[in-house]
Ligand binder design. Sequence first.
Ligand SMILES: [Zn+2]
Length: 357
Amino acid sequence: SRLMGGLPYSRYVFQFILSTDERGCSGLEHRNSTTIRLSSLEVMKDVRSAASIISHEFFHLWNVKRITSAAFRPLNYQQEARTESLWWFEGVTSYFADLALLRSGVWSVEEFLRHQAREIERLQENPDRLRTTLAQASWRVWQNGLAGPGISYYNKGQLLGLLLDVMIRKATRNEKSLDQVVHYLYHTYAEADRGIGDDEWADILRQAVGKDFTAFLDRYLYGVAELPYQEILAFAGLSAVVQTKPTPSIGAIRIIGPRNRVFSLEETSAAGRAGLRRNDLILRIDDQAFKGEAGLYEWVGKKTIGDTVRLLISRDGVQWPLTVAVEKREQISCTLSLSPNPDSMTLAIRNSLLSGP
Ligand SMILES: [Zn+2]
């Protein structure tokens, strides 16, 4: 409410569906409500694990449901609504959702920084970041779906939001921030019932904060240049250390649910080349039962590069074994922390970023 200058509803309803099935957590935003599906197992383990998605869906009441893309106006459920701007509508929503958790005291500064660091690791571990632009990832979701090849506009969009916020603060001597951009969009577009065109972002930034970000957008939204975390976060008194370590791996595999169902995997990885597919159930690894993604990574992590692992899988009710080569993967680890002794402008930027309006 403080960020947006009031709440545009008189009643907002959170509807939660707690389920024990393997579909994981998901949410659907509406103007004055949201429906959120959570795993009851996760919630029982740690109720705060639901904080991110609750905050994300709630922020959508502004960003997507009121501030929206021209492609969604009017929303026609019979046809594709393609846009390059999902980095803003989903990724930047996640960024503001995380800021809200920090500024409201649900998260500590350390938790906020740890979550941003995980996003950096996720992007830096994805080789497609050097092939697919953020704008393309958004546009192509109609072809590929969220589990297809490419990068996640949630993931890189959130990081672009963080870096853009710091760059605006730096360029305006901390007088403006991404907060002004979202205000501008709310008052100029949402209140006038106007959708945002994909080619308007540079103009929007110029209008909202009085600076030119064309080159920044060309490099990081429409280009595949590496995001310069260290350089930009230093302007906010944050130090980013990104390290790589060779680790035994059979590929990046996302597994969900109690039956170890493969949600996504890289087709070119060792497991993909050995025949593992989306929706397969992995029953055993080297004849051992295991628990989820963490269990799989832990087992593979103990192997030597050049070894093999045997997966027993089930597909369409038929079981068979796969032999998968254990390969070398550069594992990324990122640590974000507060830099010691920042100068006064850097300290001012850090304080206002972390504590908000
Ligand atoms: Zn969303």
